[in-house]
Design a protein around this ligand. Structure first.
Ligand SMILES: C[S@@+](CC[C@H](N)C(=O)[O-])C[C@H]1O[C@@H](n2cnc3c(N)ncnc32)[C@H](O)[C@@H]1O
Ligand code: SF4
Length: 439
């Protein structure tokens, strides 16, 4: 295994470990698995429901998400009917399930009309059985926000509006390949604030070629003026098959400098760093919400491109980045038979060792950066230090510390999250990721 120190010297930006194994490690299974069998032995009380809407009003130059900009009617119109058919099959196969959290992502869920959004909430609540009282998050982009849509979301119990802004500087938006008007940004942010939805999150990006420390500060301060409860600061990654790939570049030094600046500015303004990317103002919190621990609890994804996690198998539909590949996959999702929705054909099996790796990666990088050692022991029946002796390197490099209950990343460790994650990937997952053929 390569030493963490060597990897850091190569680059602090090895990759964003938001899910392990990464979806490029997914493959077709030799034989289809039955959804029912897969979930039979799972605990199903505290699940996350994710609904994927693969449509946007634009295709941003940096984005490799599973989405189509301004889809044509034949692709778009049948999607919600397919979503409902899939939801019915999933609900039936999973039998008694209880959700703790709900998220609508994409793509841009607010690309849908008010009526279509109402249809999606009908599927969530009446087909999937997820209550409107659960913490529920919806992703949106400025142009697709309207007062009517926000009213509907609020009435359906949405608790978090997460909006991608990326930058408050027109020239930077252009360089990012994101056609977005600043007047629309202001209107959308004001409307979200006035909507009564209790949490607003703003996504910003740093590291594009024309961005300077001054312009970055300007974007952050502009976001702060709307008093969001959360801000995500994303380092720009230029990914294969995206619009930016051939056009521009970013450097490690540039991103590193802007990260430090962003972090200190947000901390000065009363935001607490939760992960490398997430900063939160700790004023409001929910009093009574059902527990959900992403490190241990499962996820049910519906919609094309949505991932689902059981202990031993992570699965989704096939994945693509290029618009032709995505359209073909949406078409085939729309036409799938009810029987086909009951089967799992694409994903990755997790051995016990991989389950442990995932636990460690998620707990360290996501769960407020702490890995509860006794809880790990209770969950797996083995000791963390025996399973992962090389975690010692984190202490040697002062990237993590340990007390009687937990291992947690230091401020320096947080900054190096995008190396620590990939460093913990197994050789076989790395091999699958490297041999994945992107289309
Ligand atoms: C699901 S997307 C955003 C939702 C919405 N569709 C929008 O664009 O406004 C989540 C966030 O990931 C970030 N992101 C996407 N691609 C990225 C990349 N290549 N590098 C860094 N951040 C990226 C952006 O900040 C984006 O807002
Ligand atoms: S960044 Fe958001 S709006 Fe842009 S293409 Fe990706 S998902 Fe769509």
């Amino acid at each position: 295994m390569i030493h963490l120190k060597e990897l850091i010297q190569q680059s602090p930006y090895q990759g964003y470990a938001y899910a392990y194994p990464h979806k490029t490690a997914y493959r077709f299974f030799e034989k289809p698995l039955s959804l029912r069998d897969l979930w039979k032995k799972e605990a199903k009380q505290n699940l996350f429901l994710y609904v994927h809407i693969p449509f946007c009003e634009m295709r941003c130059g940096f984005c490799n998400l599973f989405t189509v900009a301004n889809p044509k009617q034949p692709l778009y119109a049948p999607y919600l009917a397919a979503l409902e058919r899939q939801a019915k099959q999933v609900r039936e196969a999973l039998e008694s399930i209880q959700f703790s959290r709900v998220a609508l992502g994409g793509g841009t869920p607010t690309y849908l009309s008010v009526e279509e959004l109402a249809q999606v909430f009908d599927i969530i609540q009446n087909v999937m059985g997820a209550s409107s009282a659960l913490p529920t998050s919806v992703e949106m982009s400025p142009k697709t926000v309207s007062v009517e849509k926000l009213q509907l979301l609020k009435a359906q119990g949405v608790t978090r509006a997460s909006i991608g802004i990326q930058s408050f500087v027109a020239e930077e938006l252009k360089a990012l390949g994101r056609p977005q008007r600043l007047t629309e940004v202001a209107t959308a942010l004001r409307a979200i604030k006035a909507s009564g939805i209790p949490f607003m999150n703003i996504d910003l990006m740093y590291g594009s070629a024309t961005q300077t420390p001054t312009s970055w500060q300007y974007s952050i301060e502009s976001a702060l003026a709307y008093e969001p409860e959360e801000i995500f600061l994303y380092p720009l990654y230029i990914r294969p098959l995206t619009g930016l790939n051939k056009r521009t570049t970013t450097t490690d030094d540039h991103r590193w400098l802007l990260y430090q600046l962003g972090k200190s500015l947000l901390e000065k303004n009363g935001y607490r760093q939760i992960t490398k990317r997430l900063f939160r103002k700790e004023e409001k919190s929910f009093t009574k919400v059902p527990p959900y621990y992403s490190v241990e609890d499962g996820m049910v994804g519906i919609g094309v491109g949505a991932r689902s996690y059981t202990k031993e198998v992570h699965y989704s539909t096939e994945y693509a980045v290029g618009s032709k590949g995505i359209k073909t996959l949406i078409e085939s999702y729309n036409q799938q038979t009810d029987q086909a929705y009951q089967q799992v054909v694409y994903g990755v099996q997790l051995t016990k060792q991989e389950q442990k790796r995932r636990y460690v990666i998620k707990a360290l990088l996501e769960d407020e950066n702490r890995l509860l050692t006794k809880r790990y022991h209770r969950y797996f029946g083995t000791s963390l230090s025996q399973d992962f002796p090389h975690l010692e390197e984190l202490f040697d490099l002062k990237l993590a510390e340990e007390d009687a209950e937990k291992i947690y990343l230091t401020s320096e460790g947080l900054a190096y999250s995008d190396v620590i994650g990939p460093w913990l990937y197994s050789a076989s997952v790395k091999d699958l990721m490297q041999t994945y053929e992107l289309r």
